[in-house]
Ligand binder design. Sequence first.
Ligand code: FES
Length: 587
Amino acid sequence: MDQRTPAAGFQKGLTSYGDTGFSSFLRTAFIKGAGYTDDALSRPLVGIVNTGSGYNPCHGNMTELVGAVRRGVLLAGGLPIEFPTISIHESFAHPTSMYLRNLMSMDTEEMIRAQPMDAVVLIGGCDKTVPAQLMGAASAGVPAIQLVTGSMLTGAHQGQRVGACTDCRRFWGNYRAGEIDDAEIKRIGSQLVASVGTCSVMGTASTMACLAEALGMMVPGGASPPAVTADRMRVGERTGAAAVAMIARQLTPEKILTARAIENALRVLLAIGGSTNGIIHLTAIAGRLGIAIDLDAVDAMSRETPVLVDLKPSGLNYMEDFHHAGGLPAVLRELRPLLHLDALTVTGRTLGEELDAAGPPFAQDLVRGRGRPIYAEGGIAVLRGNLAPGGAIIKQSAATAHLLEHEGRAVVFENAEDLADRIDDPTLDVEPDDVLVLKRIGPVGAPGMPEAGYIPIPKKLARQGVKDMVRISDGRMSGTALGTIVVHVTPEAAIGGPLAAVRPGDRIRLSVANRALAVLITEAEIARRSAAAPNPAENPANRGYLKLFLQSVTQADQGCDFDFLRAVEMKERAPARHAGMHYRPPS
Ligand code: FES
């Protein structure tokens, strides 16, 4: 038996027994127990991350999808081996899915590293799973390719098409306003999620699917096929075959996830009206490879990149319509002058070569031409000011236009419990022009930065017909939500950020045109109030993952990754501030 440390297939990364020959012998003996032949064990080995779970309906097609990937691997001459990792669903994770994203990324990274595989297929879908997998794979350094479960189908309520989760929020708002009754909201609840798969609008799951494709980490056209379609299964088969081909080329993530690829993904995020969560997740993925996101450069990019995709919540349509309209290649074709076409993809070809191969455009009205955008600027704007020295984010394309320039009186909720206790109190002192402020729902504060930034309109105003107000928090909001909602205020209140100093009755000014968010009190007053406030809490956890989380989680501008998981040194910035990539729509 060969006594050298083998480097490929099942002999990769042998278990330490102090005798490599014995380690190899033992491993082979155990895998033979599963019935494999020597021929099978000599093939290139492709791990398949199976994140199927009874708690995750967004991954409900996992069995069929793993089967399709296995077929692709076998047809290409490889040997597929599936293995499980943590699976996270938005509605089944307490206190919030974001609290577990980094844990899933650690699980993914360590199991890719610990187990023998020459390449790995990552199958995710629900919001946090794809970023967790890309973060983990970026750190593990093994050739990796992303596959998503695909979006759910839409349902119907009284002849009206519905889908999770923009419509969930709309109907719930109607219910809170007394416009629909208990029986109707129950009937609607049976129609919003019409099949397995991820949310049917441009929420975080769809956004991350598009970003994975834009990054070059997915086969072309892989983002948009719905979960229960033949197209989705064919993407699975193509993914398996591509994974085998990546082995010979040693296409490791750092060769694909370059600063230029990250810039392409940021451009796409802005053009699809993507989720604000996309910024946090891209920051975390890039941070694993030493690439820092420059929020001000993202904002400059946003001013020259219009929203082109007519999908909820920024537009009107659903993911299955996006697929029929050509999916992400149709968007990339429109953005072509703005993209780094030399960025490498998992196919071994460049983004430009894949676009050349994607075929000509066809008549459709969902992915707009550059001269006829859904929204003139990018979906996301970056705000600064005395309330958010580290930045804040607003999804301007899903906001109410007249509220983008607004000054109002602060109605303050100190934390999520305070909000729950008082938001529907009939005696709450609140007017339609007020600004709702929610503190301590940031990475540390909640903990896990829940999607509670979509503060409900107080019931007494909702019943007067108020649909939107300026809302500000240090938390996140769902990618499926719409409204004039400022999130990711950094630094967060729980670590002493200026948001903590806001008091009821303070005036707050939002100017998206000037990218400004300010509380209209002096710096000296902010400092005085901050000095008088109790010190930010000591880590209240004395054991377990919560302790690790609270001592290690970073702020939104660093992706809320754990500090010890980010690259030791940030060597590059994205987007690069360079001339010559300005968007000029045809007049
Ligand atoms: Fe899974 Fe929306 S809840 S994608």
